[in-house]
Write a protein that binds this ligand. Structure first.
Ligand SMILES: Nc1ncnc2c1ncn2[C@@H]1O[C@H](COP(=O)(O)OP(=O)(O)OP(=O)(O)O)[C@@H](O)[C@H]1O
Ligand SMILES: Cc1cn([C@H]2C[C@H](O)[C@@H](COP(=O)(O)O)O2)c(=O)[nH]c1=O
Length: 207
């Protein structure tokens, strides 16, 4: 049976690194895996990704930004995620709706209910079967992201530390509110150890 898993967390916590490792570990267990990402993951959504992440800080206001993320997600779900699940694949998505709740609501100040309304309109309110929230002390995450980006962060990643602290708080709040879907995973230490923690957090879903 297909499963829909999202990886969430702030900048630099290791989602992209871990999604590749997790996919490899699942494939070694005979699971058919599709790795995808947001914003993006379909041709249309990748075009919207460029609109969202390139250009001036003020290119979009919070509302236009939320609408663009919701539009990208709608296309991603319809063109990539749902067909893969129908084929029995496990879909691992680097970010999904909880990023809009954390960034556009928690940190940019829109109402969480409005983000969920956009999600209901664009994506029929579809939620992942499991959301793995990677957490790191803010200073460690910022250091990792800065070493990777070398000053070239994108429009949203480049926002200030207060913004990213609000993102982390919102993620933690949503994870607390929905312990059935979320698992909070410590992303500190050696990457292989983090992958083991992620596999543990999926143990009940594994075939
Ligand atoms: N366990 C780890 N220990 C040390 N460095 C790590 C670890 N995991 C990832 N990194 C490094 O930290 C940086 C950020 O990792 P990665 O790009 O996977 O994070 P991310 O959560 O996808 O970030 P973003 O959301 O900003 O794209 C990369 O340079 C990566 O090589
Ligand atoms: C899905 C989604 C993403 N964002 C932000 C979070 C990051 O700053 C970028 C994506 O970059 P990454 O290197 O691929 O993680 O977009 C957001 O603000 N809202 C969302 O819904």
């Amino acid at each position: 049976m297909g499963r829909f898993i999202s990886l969430e967390g702030g900048e630099g916590v290791g989602k992209s690194t871990q999604i590749a490792a997790l996919a490899e570990a699942l494939r070694a267990r005979g699971v058919d895996v599709l790795v995808t990402r947001e914003p993006g993951g379909s041709e249309g959504a990748e075009a919207i990704r460029r609109l969202l992440l390139e250009g001036d800080a003020g290119r979009w206001g919070p509302r236009a930004e939320a609408l663009l993320f919701a539009a990208a997600r709608s296309d991603h779900l319809e063109k990539t995620i749902l067909p893969a699940l129908a084929d029995g694949k496990w879909v691992l998505s680097d970010r999904f709706i909880d990023s809009s709740r954390a960034y556009q609501a928690g940190a940019s100040g829109l109402a969480d209910a409005d983000i969920l309304t956009l999600h209901r309109i664009g994506s029929a309110g579809r939620l992942p079967d499991r959301t793995l929230l990677l957490t790191l002390p803010e200073a460690v995450a910022a250091e990792r992201a800065a070493a990777r980006d070398r000053g070239g962060a994108d429009r949203i990643g480049g926002r200030d530390a207060i913004y990213h602290a609000r993102v982390a708080q919102a993620f933690a709040h949503h994870a607390d509110e929905d312990p059935h879907r979320f698992r909070v995973v410590d992303a500190s230490g050696i990457a292989d150890h983090v992958t083991i923690r992620l596999l543990d957090a999926l143990a009940d879903l594994l075939p």
